[in-house]
Design a protein around this ligand. Structure first.
Ligand code: HDD
Length: 716
């Protein structure tokens, strides 16, 4: 049977879906040959400036709707290279997701040095205040897969790639300043235990299951980080409102070769803000992309998130005097002991153009370091230096992953590494080895090492380790596993402590192995007796005897910097207020409240039972979101301006009642009007300092009213 000519000239008005028509059978009413002819001039160029669709080798494609078939109802032909290439490429679109931190969101920005520190580091970036470099940041959860939700209880990754003039510096940290394990040897075990259980393939993105707590209860070194993860730090409100930490002790080295220890901190300008557990759970259903959307929209709206970069600097002599080892990643250095000095500010001001090309293909490497910053002997860090380079090969498929634009340095790079899969560079000449004397024959010689400006490692070893013996051993100084979890717990407000207890009770309630619960309780007793008692009560279990300790814990001085609530900021900046209205509402009131919130730096999202334009007193208004799709968990505070008859109608709507009940239960500010009262009554919302007439809500601010919590929740 002759094959049909698929050129555009063969299209005809009778068969709008014919080959070359450019229309699908679903494209009703728009397809006829005349229209197709109109956008293409005689020489085949698109008149409206649209680029031509081609295959990957540049051949123009005449028809992107129909495959090549032998006859109108005949079989598809193998010859159809257009179809085969399209499906072939599609079949391979997914790449292996990250083994951990698979779910993440990224953005571009700029880092500016606000305080020069040449006395500490020779890094060119830090020589002068005002120096800048581009950055790319990827935030992530740890345990869930790439398609998992944004709000599980988890550590958040905080990975920053600084494209400096001396090469990329990747500070691959978390929103928690300590880590679960002390030695990289245990990382695969930790990750296996927290991921979906091997036989059943669940739970997804959750630590509340047997294997995680089994591992944790056998690894007392993990308890400090577990306490952080069980605190409100594990359920952040927004990626814009988390702290970031380099975790390890790094080293800074100045031009004289003098080294100092340093810890890195990112402090969010918007302050730290978390959700409640109930809110986090509901958010997972209301908006699985809650954090990704929040970050994207904020940047899109010009509401650029910012962080200050801070450092804690200390020397070996100070380190040697501490009760803990600064090379132990399960320990932090209280800010009260070594204050955090701010040296720069990072602003995220540009969303990615393409999620896959940039966020998914971003490859962070703790081994990416610049002259003037160096590693230490932290055994966790040392293991990471291998792991990240290695993982990129299996994830991105080639040793040339550094050539992908998001990973490539923005300064020149030349070496004798050659070839490999997906090589995109075309090195000229035959100098692919060194030394060579090809220059003497007038040929290109290739690059040479530079002793003066090249990276040199800090040469002195830790005073307490001369490196002369090969040992598989954990340093004695790493033995105290309880002082710092105790410090963390005792530095929290009473309400935050209750949240930690509730979180552990919840997680252990999901643990079916009783001996694991008992073992964990025996460990909690070493952190704090009242913590252990509260958790045991919450589980209706008896307290077991205390677990043995490798080293007796000590009481450290309480650190306010470890509490979120003690540092809470009363601000509308970065916060979103939902205003509920309905037909007949007072438009002037809504406009006034919206104006005041926006003036204070907040964002307003209008919610109504219907999404179309509604008639109000004093004009018309359409909502940004429909009530059922805009639950109050998606806002930091809510207000409602509705007339009594509209409120009566909403009384029958469980979603509307829940709107108020949830905001109340999540301790949010509620601005109301007289008309709303019936809804508040039905939602059991009682008057308190956070339930106020809408006219007063700006004064109160979108803070959380924790005093209310005992009324709405039985906390252990
Ligand atoms: Fe890791 C990814 C942070 C210990 C091995 N890690 C990864 C990411 C972050 C961290 C933020 C995501 C980067 C991105 O967005 O692409 N990891 C940490 C921190 C640690 C830590 C703060 C302790 C202080 N990690 C750690 C150890 C090992 C790894 C001890 C292995 C020995 N981490 C990896 C990895 C990942 C990774 C498997 C998965 C994807 C990737 O590296 O690029 O290599």
């Amino acid at each position: 049977m002759p094959k049909r000519d698929t050129s555009p000239s063969n299209t005809n008005a009778l068969n709008a879906f014919a080959p070359g028509s450019g229309h699908t059978p679903f494209d009703e009413g728009s397809g006829n040959a005349g229209e197709t002819q109109q956008v293409v001039s005689k020489n085949g160029d698109h008149k409206d400036g649209q680029t031509h669709l081609t295959d990957n080798f540049g051949h123009r494609i005449s028809d992107n709707q129909n495959s090549l078939r032998a006859g109108e109802r005949g079989p598809t032909l193998l010859e159809d290279f257009v179809l085969r290439e399209k499906i072939f490429h599609f079949d391979h679109e997914r790449i292996p997701e990250r083994i951990v931190h698979a779910r993440g969101s990224g953005a571009h920005g700029i880092f500016e040095v606000t305080q020069a520190i040449p006395h500490l580091t020779k890094a060119a970036l830090f020589q002068q205040a005002g120096n800048e470099c581009p950055v790319f940041v990827r935030f992530s959860t740890v345990a869930g897969g790439a398609g998992s939700v944004d709000t599980p209880r988890d550590v958040r990754g905080f990975a920053v790639k600084l494209y400096t003039e001396q090469g990329n510096w990747d500070l691959v940290g978390n929103n928690i300043p300590v880590f679960f394990i002390q030695d990289a040897m245990k990382f695969p075990d930790l990750v296996h235990s927290v991921k979906m259980e091997a036989d059943r393939g669940y739970p997804q993105a959750a630590s509340a299951h047997d294997t995680f707590w089994d591992f944790i209860s056998l690894m007392p070194e993990s308890l400090h980080t577990v306490m952080w993860a069980m605190s409100d730090r594990g359920i952040p409100r927004s990626l814009r409102m988390i702290e970031g930490f380099g975790v390890h002790t790094f080293r800074m080295v100045n031009a004289k070769g003098e080294g100092k220890f340093v810890k890195f901190h990112w402090k969010p300008v918007l302050g730290i803000q978390s959700t409640t557990w109930d809110e986090a759970v509901k958010l997972a259903g209301a908006d699985p992309d809650f954090h990704r959307r929040d970050l994207f929209e904020a940047i899109e709206n010009g509401d650029y998130p910012q962080w200050d970069l801070g450092i804690q600097v200390f020397d070996e002599a100070w380190a040697a005097k501490q009760a803990y080892d600064v090379l132990d990643a399960t320990k932090l250095i209280p800010e009260e002991d070594i204050p955090v000095e701010i040296i720069g500010r990072m602003t995220l001001n540009r969303n990615v153009d393409n999620f896959f090309a940039e966020t998914e293909q971003a490859a962070f490497l703790p081994s990416n370091i610049i002259p003037g910053i160096d590693f230490t002997n932290d055994p966790l860090l040392q293991g990471r230096l291998f792991s990240y380079l290695d993982t990129q090969k299996s994830r991105l498929g080639t040793t040339n992953f550094h050539q992908i634009p998001i990973n490539a340095p923005k300064c020149p790079f030349h070496n004798f590494q050659r070839d490999g899969m997906m090589q995109t560079q075309v090195p000229v000449g035959r100098a692919n080895y060194e030394p060579n004397s090809l220059g003497e024959a007038g040929e290109t010689t290739g690059p040479r090492a530079c002793p003066e400006t090249g990276f040199t490692s800090f040469t002195a070893n830790d005073e307490r380790n001369d490196g002369s013996e090969k040992l598989r051993i954990r340093a004695e100084a790493f033995a105290d596993h309880y002082s710092q979890p105790r410090l963390f717990y005792r530095s929290q407000t009473e309400n935050e402590q209750a949240h930690i207890c509730a979180a552990i009770v919840f997680e252990l309630s999901k643990v079916t192995l009783e001996h694991v619960r008992i073992r964990l309780l025996s460990r909690l007793r070493n952190i704090d007796e009242s913590l252990a008692e509260r958790v045991a009560n919450g589980l209706a279990m008896k307290l077991p005897p205390k677990a043995k300790v490798a080293k007796e814990p000590v009481d450290m001085k309480v650190s306010d910097a470890l509490s979120i609530q003690k540092q809470a900021r009363k601000t509308f900046e970065g916060r979103k207020v939902g205003i509920l209205f309905a037909e007949g509402s007072d438009k002037a009131g809504i406009d006034k409240l919206k104006g005041e919130i926006e003036k204070a730096g907040g964002t307003v999202f209008l919610v109504a039972p219907e999404i179309g334009t509604l008639k109000l007193k004093g004009g018309e208004l359409s909502a940004d979101g429909q009530l059922a799709g805009s639950p109050s968990v998606t806002f930091d505070a809510i207000a409602s301006i509705i007339m009594p008859d509209a409120a009566d109608k909403l009384l029958k709507d469980a979603g509307a009642i829940q709107w108020f009940a949830d905001a109340y239960a999540h301790c949010k500010t509620i601005g109301h009007c007289k008309g709303t009262q019936v809804l508040l009554d039905k939602a059991n919302v009682e008057k308190d300092e956070g339930v106020v007439p809408w006219e007063d809500m700006v004064k109160v601010g979108p803070i959380r009213h924790w005093k209310r919590e005992p009324k709405v929740r039985n906390l252990p």
